[in-house]
Write a protein that binds this ligand. Structure first.
Ligand code: SF4
Length: 596
């Protein structure tokens, strides 16, 4: 739902002159519906990566039809560099506002001419083809310090009638105490946190429940950072779900100073079915890279503490990583990935390093310092829409040649299949434990095998590789349909191929067969009946290499370890009746228990 633009109007119309002078024609936000207008006086746009070209098309069209209409752009997408070509490429835009927009938008509506608008701090104004820039980095002048001044667009009834597929954006505070260099948002508001009033938040949560809104999407940068307050908010959401059955799911960016309090809040929400896992944003484990992206001071880098605690309290946890950070090499990445995936409960979300226009990492100085080469590629979030949007992807750095970066993506695809998606996890662990080969050697050999040996795994890999070759890294890591194909449809063939790979090691034939049998039993099978029992001549549960005198009987029961749910899946689950996560238990591990 169009929280930001509706919020601007909710604030501006409090002014009597604005209220009597202007009438809100509509809030347009669904791209699949036509934007209809009739002689507009002001057209405001919130511009970000998913609607930049779409917005430009509409703004150009409105200006052509109504040259006197004031076209106003806000949002993080306009590059805040005076000598950028954007300014000459957008003659149809009249005003650009940077940073929080409520006060500025109201002043624009109050102004008598463009010269008055040019007085607004953090504005740029197009006066007869020449742009004025009135920018300030002094956040004391530009931050909205009292959020109580901002009416809720939900409670003010400005929002369009709620539809079941809408996601409700939910803001409990503004600001972020960090300054990650790849982020175009935290950097803009980098400073003290300011909070919305608790009464307002309680009413908004009630609004979500009453209006049967399935997906509540928190736009806080660090939910849980205000421990007691955020726990109260979480409790209200849980109570509201219990009362109305809505919201069904909650998307959240957790605080980076994660601790027991945050884990407690997350566990409550998990138990209430509101979240699927506790997601940590790690981005990398490599020290120089953490310094270059300015995340070296975060508690969350102590990921092993959270991994262990999550396992103890039964809270699935996932982590987000960025591939291609400055300071990352092929070796540091492999090390980081193999370290993080030690935990069988965990799944990763892998993103390519991209350069957003106003992120610190994108300045000309940093591009030069880190040796970035880049290319523009379609933005994956809106691939199926008529207007394509693009994103600037990093293709090489001072630490990674272009072919090395591609190799990382390919190697990660195969290693992820084996270890994170559990096709060969137990074999690799067994090999390492019994000093047959290191995990790194195992997965280097697995990569070479998949790359070169024809078969169903090779075919899935080659499809991902074609995207990687074309720098479409995000889709290569986020398209997961092959998992069902390999582990359900072509399960038998997949394990034949894994068995062939295992023959490249000099193992006793019986041990070889037991390892394959154990891995197959560990990987959830929708066609099997659980609990499922199998007998083994080796105690592979405890990774023992020697043959036993007596076979052991092992019972396998499903777990959610390794379930990988994307934001899109969480959204669907929140908004479609009877929708069940398609991936369900695909590639999750069954728990083995020796019963005799
Ligand atoms: S990535 Fe998150 S934590 Fe870092 S600056 Fe941006 S909003 Fe803040």
């Amino acid at each position: 739902m169009p929280y930001s633009v509706a919020g601007l109007w909710a604030y501006a119309r409090q002014d009597a002159t604005v209220d009597s002078t202007y009438q809100l024609a509509d809030v347009f936000f669904e791209k699949n519906k036509p934007v209809e207008y009739n002689d507009p006086g002001v057209f405001g746009f919130s511009v970000y990566i998913w609607n930049e070209n779409y917005t430009d098309n509409i703004a150009r069209q409105v200006k052509a039809e109504y040259p006197d209409c004031l076209i106003v752009y806000g949002g993080p997408q306009v590059p805040k560099f005076e000598d950028h070509s954007w300014w000459t490429e957008h003659p149809y835009v009249d005003v650009v506002i940077f940073g929080e927009g409520e006060v500025a938008f109201k002043k624009i509506l109050q102004a008598n001419n463009k010269q008055e608008i040019a007085e607004i701090v953090n504005s740029s104004v197009n006066i007869n083809g020449a742009w004025t820039h009135n920018w300030s980095n002094d956040k004391r002048k530009t931050r909205q310090m009292n959020l109580a001044d901002l009416p809720s667009p939900y409670l003010e009834d400005i929002m369009p009638e709620v539809q079941s597929h809408y996601a409700m954006l939910f803001e409990t505070n503004r600001g972020c105490p960090y300054a990650c260099t790849f982020c175009d948002w935290g950097g803009l508001t980098y400073s003290k946190l300011v909070n919305h009033d608790m009464d307002r938040l309680r009413e908004e949560i009630e609004y979500a429940g009453r209006n049967k809104i399935g997906f509540l999407y928190s736009v806080d940068a660090n939910f849980g950072i205000m421990k007691q307050r955020d726990e109260q908010i979480a409790d209200w959401i849980i109570e509201t779900k219990a009362k109305y059955g809505y919201p069904k799911t909650f998307f959240v960016n957790w605080a980076k100073n994660a601790n027991e309090d945050i884990l407690r809040i997350a566990k409550k929400m998990y138990d209430a079915g509101l979240i699927k896992s506790f997601i940590m944003s790690l981005q990398t484990l490599t020290e120089p890279a953490l310094e270059y992206i300015k995340r070296d001071n975060m508690d969350i880098n102590e990921y092993d503490y959270f991994a262990r605690r999550c396992a103890e309290i039964g809270l699935p946890f996932d982590c987000e990583m960025i591939i291609g950070n400055p300071g990352e090499t092929v070796d540091t990445w492999k090390d980081a990935y193999l370290t993080i995936t030690e935990y069988q409960e965990l799944s990763t979300y892998l993103y390519p390093l991209s350069l957003l226009p106003n992120a610190e990492i994108s300045t000309p100085e940093n591009r030069d310092r880190f040796g970035f080469t880049t290319t523009r590629k379609p933005f994956p979030g809106v691939l199926h829409e008529d207007t394509q949007e693009t994103i600037e992807m990093v293709t090489s750095t001072n630490w990674l040649l272009e072919d090395e970066l591609k190799y990382i993506w390919e190697w990660t695809w195969t290693t992820r299949l084996g270890h994170e998606y559990n096709l060969t996890r137990d074999i690799a662990d067994f090999m390492k434990e019994n000093k047959i080969c290191s995990k790194l050697e195992f997965y280097d050999r697995f990569y070479n095998f998949i790359r070169n040996e024809p078969g169903v795994i090779h075919n899935a890999f080659m499809f991902a590789k074609s995207r990687i070759d074309n720098h479409i890294f995000g889709l290569a890591s986020q398209s997961l349909g092959f998992r069902e194909k390999l582990t359900v449809e072509k399960r038998e063939q997949t394990f034949v191929e894994i068995s062939n790979f295992l023959y490249t090691f000099d193992l006793d034939k019986e041990l070889h067969d037991e390892l394959i049998k154990f891995c197959e039993a560990r990987l959830y099978n929708p066609d099997a009946e659980y609990p499922m029992t199998k007998t083994f001549n080796y105690n592979i549960v405890n990774k023992q290499r020697n043959k036993l005198n007596m076979p052991v009987e092992v019972e396998f029961t499903p777990t959610l370890f390794g379930a990988n749910a994307t934001t899109a899946q969480i959204f669907l689950e929140g908004n479609m009746e009877n929708w069940k996560a398609q991936t369900g238990l695909t590639c999750t591990l069954n728990k083995p228990t020796i019963i005799s």
